[in-house]
Design a protein around this ligand. Structure first.
Ligand SMILES: Nc1ncnc2c1ncn2[C@@H]1O[C@H](COP(=O)(O)OP(=O)(O)OP(=O)(O)O)[C@@H](O)[C@H]1O
Length: 309
């Protein structure tokens, strides 16, 4: 299935996250087409990360013009991601992701969009799973990108998750769609690019259906993860002894006494409650927290994560 149209229905108010790259340009074109037959509401959101100034402005202008071409409302935010990364100690990639999702949720809530559509595709899925596997990950990380989930009252959907990059490029060519190229995508100094450009093609030679194998593994792990997550949420409610938007304290004895599989999840849940949609928490961070008998997670005034006894 190239595009999962079943994720959309008439009363939906959809906000499409458009970076200007080919994936989200194709997503927007498909959504506009579907809107004609289903009649849902559609708008475009773009975040200017200010990472490479001239390219960032070029992308923002491009997406604004694209929204105008389709006659859609356009929501823009500009965030100084390099400064945010410095303040918080996050990588540029993580700080950009955090800023992006905060903006998407804010806009969705402000304008009552119930659905946020993102253009992740099958190659992103394979790349994400392998990247996390190499770095060390639990079932949640290896269950990959979810096609549909709910967060902060908004439904996040990825209708292109089963589409291969080649199919997306072919659609763009067939419909004469123009898009912006990200020059850094070709730079194999970045691990993710090296995976995408060098390793994934070799995996394809070994098994042309490797993406399907990874997809199936991810699906099984997702079900395991959902079950354990429900248990962890129940446990969290029992062992949290203090909770406010900047600080969470867990009961030390209860945390040390429960199974490591659940303890890891309780700590992750606490971090997610403080950091919102930052979903790439490293496994070693959580292991250190538990190994050192820590109980408290907090955010300093710059949004930096701190842990203590
Ligand atoms: N600057 C942006 N403005 C609006 N939407 C964006 C922007 N950057 C990315 N997106 C949306 O997020 C999707 C995923 O982007 P990308 O693959 O660059 O991010 P990622 O870091 O790999 O994934 P994620 O942010 O979900 O973890 C894009 O297809 C697009 O829908």
């Amino acid at each position: 299935m190239f595009f999962n149209a079943a994720l959309f229905a008439a009363p939906n108010k959809v906000l499409a996250a458009v970076s200007g790259g080919v994936d989200s340009v194709v997503l927007l074109d498909l959504l506009c087409d579907l809107k004609k037959s289903l009649g849902f509401t559609l708008a475009v959101a773009h975040l200017n990360h200010q990472i490479r100034q001239s390219a960032a402005e070029r992308d923002a202008d491009f997406v604004e013009n694209l929204a105008a071409k389709y006659d859609l409302p356009f929501h823009l935010s500009v965030k100084n991601v390099p400064a945010l990364a410095k303040q918080s100690g996050l990588s540029l990639e993580d700080a950009g992701r955090k800023a992006r999702y905060e903006f998407f949720f804010q806009e969705a809530q402000l304008h009552q969009y119930d659905t946020l559509a993102l253009a992740h595709h099958a190659d992103d899925q394979a790349e994400t799973i392998l990247f996390r596997l190499l770095r060390g990950a639990a079932a949640k990380g290896l269950s990959g990108i979810t096609p549909e989930r709910r967060e902060q009252g908004v439904r996040l959907v990825r209708p292109l998750l089963q589409a291969a990059k080649q199919e997306i490029l072919a659609y763009a060519a067939a419909h004469a769609l123009t898009f912006q190229e990200d020059e850094t995508n070709a730079d194999t100094a970045y691990t993710r690019n090296k995976l995408r450009l060098e390793i994934l093609p070799q995996l394809k030679e070994i098994n042309p259906n490797y993406q399907e194998g990874l997809r199936r593994t991810a699906e099984i792990l997702r079900a395991d993860d959902e079950y354990l997550d429900t248990e962890a949420r129940r446990l969290y409610a029992e062992i949290v002894v203090g909770e406010n938007p900047a600080r969470i304290k867990l009961d030390a004895v209860a945390l040390q006494g429960c199974h490591r599989a659940l303890a890891r999840r309780v700590v992750r849940l606490a971090i997610e409650k403080l950091c919102g949609a930052l979903n790439d928490i490293s496994l070693s961070y959580i292991e250190n927290f538990l190994d050192n008998g820590l109980t408290t997670i907090s955010l300093d005034e710059n949004g930096k994560l701190l842990v203590s006894k």
